[in-house]
Design a protein around this ligand. Structure first.
Ligand SMILES: Nc1ncnc2c1ncn2[C@@H]1O[C@H](COP(=O)(O)OP(=O)(O)O)[C@@H](O)[C@H]1O
Ligand SMILES: [Mg+2]
Length: 276
């Protein structure tokens, strides 16, 4: 925090990606509006008399079915960005459009509604209700958005993560990997526009972590838009696009690779990952 606090004046604008721009490829995804559009986004926290510029003019577009890793050192602005993308917080300045709707200045109540319907969260620490079965953990959030066929949707979501046989287990009767699968099912049940995952494998051993990534890979293959915050290169390499933040700015975005095919993107990510 202190590192970014000494640079308080003149949050300059660096636009490294042009939202909405395409370069003549043939993917049908180019023709639809982005799921996420950030335009010159700023987030400034006030701590006492100091201002902390957590995001300093970030612009990007994420299209449907993109699979994005957000990387960067501690304090670079990853959580701030994820909180804004997830409608848990609003920017100080700039625009955030989610599926074309400007959500940058909405009230907390409206944001909560959007969160419930459009965003699926997966956290490092699972965040399940401890005394509640896996099935109820998946089903309960559907109540808040008055979704229909809640039980059926919860069952289908648990089935999708191969956990239906643990539907009546409580979290303390499940392994870490199983808990994270419940959390993925909970995120999925809402059929969200985007899944946001904050270090989803951070509390798991590497084998279990790979299993969780296999599930996320599968969801991406099924068409889900996924954004993962991670500091692990091998997780980022699974994604098709890497966005790297430094001091609240995007210093690298392999996004063009996402439009010129998965193979090209994977190569670029490898290049990025092998840098010191
Ligand atoms: N609620 C807050 N109040 C004040 N400063 C904050 C707050 N949240 C984050 N910051 C500061 O903003 C910067 C970016 O933080 P954060 O988004 O949490 O980074 P990361 O997730 O990449 O570690 C840091 O300098 C951090 O100290
Ligand atoms: Mg963080």
């Amino acid at each position: 925090m202190a590192d970014s606090a000494n640079n308080v004046e003149g949050a300059s604008v660096t636009r490294l990606t042009q939202p909405g721009h395409t370069d003549g490829g043939s993917s049908p995804a180019q023709d639809v509006a982005p799921v996420i559009e950030l335009i010159d986004l700023h987030k400034t926290y006030r701590v006492g008399t100091e201002l902390v510029h957590a995001l300093r003019g970030t612009s990007l577009a994420i299209r449907e079915n993109e699979y994005v890793a957000i990387m960067g050192a501690s304090g670079s602005g990853k959580s701030t960005m994820l909180n804004i993308l997830g409608c848990l917080d609003v920017p100080t300045d700039g625009i955030y459009r989610l599926r074309g709707q400007d959500v940058s200045r909405l009230s907390q109540t409206k944001l909560a509604g959007i969160r419930g319907r459009q965003i699926g969260f997966i956290f490092q620490s699972f965040e399940l209700l401890g005394r509640t079965t896996a099935l109820k953990n998946v089903e309960l959030p559907l109540r808040y958005t008055r979704a229909r066929h809640r039980r059926q949707r919860a069952i289908e979501a648990l089935e999708r993560v191969s956990l239906l046989d643990r539907a009546h287990h409580r979290p303390n009767q499940l392994s870490g990997g199983q808990k994270q699968r419940v959390a993925i099912a909970r995120a999925l049940a809402q059929k969200p526009a985007i899944i946001l995952a904050d270090e989803p494998t951070g509390n798991l051993d590497s084998t279990t972590g790979e299993e969780i990534m296999d599930i996320l890979d599968g969801l991406h293959a099924d068409g889900q838009t996924i954004i993962i915050v991670t500091h692990e290169d091998h997780i980022a390499r699974r994604c098709r696009r890497t966005i790297r933040l430094k001091d609240g700015r995007i210093v690298l975005d392999t996004g063009d690779g996402a439009r010129s095919g998965a193979g090209a993107a994977a190569e670029r990510v490898d290049e990025v990952a092998s840098k010191p």
